[in-house]
Design a protein around this ligand. Structure first.
Ligand code: ZN
Length: 229
């Protein structure tokens, strides 16, 4: 008889594919789901999910937890997310991400992001990669889909100066995004409403930084197809 670490029995599985939920057991070994269906086997732990829905972790797409994850107290502060079934955080929305950081404009970065933080971050990084390395070294309590933000990139280069960036400054800003993109996303958020894949800036900065096609900065991977229903 097969042995597992955990069997979740008698639940109703909603697997995230878009198809209707169905009654099934779920068997887990290590960090992998080994079986979904009628499971006959033994397990160190059996969870009776009668009357409950069993689903993959939910993705929180917008809570600015990027300013919580680096804190010592992150697991404690983010515990309610886990309790609600959220296992993955999308970070870097709205022009806010904790990297890249330029020591020259760090004080402006601190004030720009003050309202998002319970306490000040250590800011022990400059590039986006160093920020992610810092999180990995310390340990991260949830999955993360990081975006590099336009606000951080602009502050890195010109602080709060309300003027057009020069061609050289724009090249540096594009390089910062290019460096970050192997490990982060640059989402064409604001401009998606205009049905154009470009990278644009928040309202207060509009007119001071030209929109640039995101494909000129980093390759854009096609979105996965929607689930079949
Ligand atoms: Zn936001």
């Amino acid at each position: 008889m097969a042995t597992f670490d955990i069997i979740i029995k008698n639940g109703r599985v909603a697997d995230g594919s878009g198809r209707p939920s169905f009654p099934a057991d779920v068997a887990i070994r290590g960090d992998r789901i080994e079986a979904v269906g009628k499971v006959d086997g033994q397990a160190a732990r059996i969870i009776d999910a009668t009357g409950k829905v069993v689903a993959p972790g939910f993705i929180d797409i917008h809570s600015h937890s990027e300013f919580i994850l680096p804190l010592e107290k992150a697991p404690e502060i983010l515990a309610p997310f886990i309790q609600q079934g959220i296992t993955t955080l999308v970070t870097g929305n709205c022009g806010y991400s904790p990297a890249p950081v330029n020591p020259r404009t760090l004080e402006q970065m601190k004030s720009y992001t003050m309202f998002l933080k319970g306490e000040e971050l250590s800011w022990k990084w400059t590039t986006f990669g160093e920020f992610l390395d810092h999180l990995e070294r310390r340990g991260i309590c949830m999955n993360m889909i990081p975006m590099v933000s336009h606000g951080a990139v602009r502050i890195h280069q010109v602080g709060f100066e309300g003027r057009r960036v020069t061609a050289d400054e724009m090249e540096t800003m594009k390089r910062l995004v290019r460096q970050a993109c192997p490990r982060a996303s640059s989402m064409p958020q604001a401009s998606s409403r205009r049905r154009r894949r470009s990278w644009s800036w928040p309202a207060p900065l509009r007119g001071t930084t030209p929109s640039i096609p995101v494909t000129s900065v980093a390759p854009v991977r096609p979105s996965p197809p929607p689930p079949r229903r």
